[in-house]
Design a protein around this ligand. Structure first.
Ligand code: A3P
Ligand code: MG
Length: 264
């Protein structure tokens, strides 16, 4: 995919971090759709997509945001960055393909590209591209969360590793589980009224949730760790193993259940 041309960002995106995040995530998504058509399958497709998207995003940040640091799922695995993210004022936290498994299972659309910006202690912008849906959700124009349509709450859970306690939680609050790939797709499903909550524990990293959480917050959804504490990013330890994203009215019953029963 060396011939992929992302074009140039619109002039306003160079002055506006929300729009730059959206533009970069969308460009990487277009590249990924092309890689998905290349005839590769399974692990070869996952690896090719991860690498192509990571390299494109790193190139775009080097070109257009040269003073900023980047924390990427792929960067974390080896290659060294230009700036030290622990001393940088601005750090882009990116997941080149979230829901890698689902990406390798066309025509599934529950996979995403995450681009978030952390600045001096807080998430300040984010974009979640869902290329197979042709949509990019971002903080520059946060999703308008529709009125809740389902009579029973729906909880998005991992399709391949749903935490056992979430089943108990669902029983307690009369909810149904909606299995889905990708942390980004699950968070965005709450904003789209496809589900009402996403509850996860047992492992995840900052890049899995940074951009989706930025978008969720901008849309007015509740976000926290499962103990109710704030989700913090660009920490020394990038493991961020649990989270809740939900409609505000569901936060109390979910937190209460977890405080009472734990996650074991
Ligand atoms: N227990 C765990 N430990 C580490 N990462 C986890 C995890 N559970 C989920 N994740 C990561 O969270 C993302 C969403 O997972 P899921 O689709 O199962 O909900 C995936 O990101 P990647 O696809 O970027 O690897 C997955 O690797
Ligand atoms: Mg991920």
């Amino acid at each position: 995919m060396t011939d992929f041309d992302p074009g140039t960002p619109p002039a306003e995106a160079l002055e506006n971090d929300h729009l730059f995040a959206a533009w970069a995530a969308t460009a990487a998504g277009s590249l990924l759709l092309g890689v998905r058509e290349s005839g590769l399958e399974g692990k070869a497709l996952k690896d090719a997509g991860d690498l192509a998207s990571h390299e494109l995003l790193m190139k775009l940040f080097a070109q257009y945001m040269p003073d900023d640091a980047v924390l990427s799922e792929e960067e974390h695995r080896g290659t060294s960055g230009q700036h030290d993210r622990r001393t940088a004022k601005r750090v882009w936290i990116i997941d080149p393909v979230d829901g890698t498994r689902e990406y390798s299972e066309p025509p599934r659309d529950d996979w995403a590209v995450h681009v978030a910006l952390w600045q001096e202690g807080a998430l300040v912008a984010g974009a979640v591209a869902q290329p197979a849906m042709g949509k990019t959700f971002h903080t520059g124009q946060p999703p308008l969360v529709p009125a809740r349509t389902a009579p029973r709450p729906r909880i998005a859970v991992s399709r391949t590793r749903p935490p056992a306690f979430v089943q108990e939680l669902a029983l307690e609050i009369g909810a149904e589980l909606v299995p889905m790939g990708s942390a980004g797709a699950k968070v965005i499903s709450v904003a789209r009224d496809v589900t009402d909550a996403y509850v996860h524990a047992g492992g995840q990293y900052e890049w899995d949730s940074a951009a989706p959480v930025a978008v969720a917050r901008a849309a007015g959804l509740f976000t926290s760790r499962i103990d109710g504490s704030e989700l913090l990013y660009n920490q020394d330890e990038v493991l961020l193993p649990d989270l809740i994203v939900c409609r505000p009215e569901l936060a109390e019953p979910i937190l209460e259940f977890i405080a009472k029963h734990g996650t074991d």
